[in-house]
Design a protein around this ligand. Structure first.
Ligand code: CA
Length: 319
């Protein structure tokens, strides 16, 4: 079977770090690049975190591109205090990794999306796990790409549960609801991996201890990074039983959609004053045929967690 070409669009972040590891470890994927976003931290810090983690995992062949520094509806971006509380001031749980030897690419992340869409077409999967500003900008620059790209599986949104920033808005969507609406309401084939399912896949210190016990650099670093996140979940009373595997679940579902059950819908995102950031079915297209967004509403969490641990432990053994 031909390997799928994958681009991650990350605001790296602890769970983004886990997403990088999952995409690196999965045998059926060719990670062709990472586009950096703002979100859990600033664009520059998120890009640098991705470079550091790729180096830690021996993946220096994977290029990192910078996307846009803030949403199109704002002229700047400030890191939210809650992001620092959950991911640490440096985005990766206050773990100090060596400065990367590589730089980000000169080409912009937006242009990389467009180029890859034309080059790989249906073999291309894009996995955004931060704000959708970069992908929306690519669609606006070259609308044809929505008919070329094989699939976009994104972490974001909430359909059957409440949001985590407001009653209706999930954090990634909340950063740039207008961009999210551009993507969700487009003809792109999409899978939404939102809070409906990510809050059900929890990781505990029992699992991270297995990584630490490997005695490798990556095993120890990833255990420390993730333990910071598990502690934050506990201390902020988000979940006392473990941390949610938001972003790596999106990567898992992109490669194996059978991890989740979905509802097919035409979706939209509210970006006006009312219910800002809500991801919801589009009433005006309820009777249109062939809905293009598969919204995940349930997950086989035991099978997923088994796969997640098998991939990541296998990877950290070697690095
Ligand atoms: Ca993220």
């Amino acid at each position: 079977m031909a390997k799928k070409k994958m681009i991650l669009d990350l605001d790296t972040g602890v769970d983004d770090a886990l997403a990088i590891a999952y995409a690196t470890a999965a045998p059926d994927v060719d990670l062709i690049g990472i586009v950096a976003s703002y979100g859990n931290n600033t664009l520059d810090i998120c890009a640098n975190n991705s470079l550091k983690l790729l180096e830690l995992l021996g993946q220096t062949q994977v290029p990192v591109y910078k996307g846009l520094p803030h949403s199109s509806t704002s002229d700047h971006f400030d890191v939210m205090q809650v992001s620092k509380d959950i991911h640490g001031n440096n985005g990766i749980g206050e773990v100090q990794l060596p400065e990367p030897k590589r730089q980000v690419e000169k080409e912009s992340g937006v242009d990389f999306f467009i180029e890859a869409a034309h080059k790989y077409g249906k073999d291309l999967i894009i996995v955004p796990t931060g704000p959708m500003t970069n992908l929306a900008a690519a669609i606006e620059k070259d609308p044809e790409i929505v008919h070329l790209i094989g699939n976009v599986t994104f972490m974001g949104g909430a359909l059957t549960v409440e949001g985590n920033v407001t009653d209706v808005a999930e954090a990634n969507i909340n950063q740039d609801a207008k961009a999210a609406n551009t993507v969700l309401s487009s003809d792109l084939p999409q899978t939404m991996v939102g809070l409906d399912v990510t809050l059900r896949t929890l990781l505990t210190k029992k699992e991270t201890q297995k990584w630490r016990d490997l005695g490798t650099k990556a095993g120890k670093a990833y255990a420390d990074i993730t333990d910071f996140y598990i502690d934050a979940y506990y201390n902020l009373d988000i979940d006392k039983n473990g941390c949610a595997l938001h972003d790596p679940l999106a990567v898992g579902v992109a490669l194996d959609p059978s991890f989740v059950t979905t509802i097919a819908l035409h979706m939209k995102v509210n970006y006006g004053d009312k219910n800002y950031g809500r991801t919801i079915g589009d009433n005006s297209r309820l009777n249109d045929p062939n809905p293009n967004v598969n919204v995940a509403v349930n997950v086989d969490k035991d099978r997923y967690l088994k796969q997640f641990m098998s991939y990541l432990t296998g990877l950290f053994e070697k690095h």
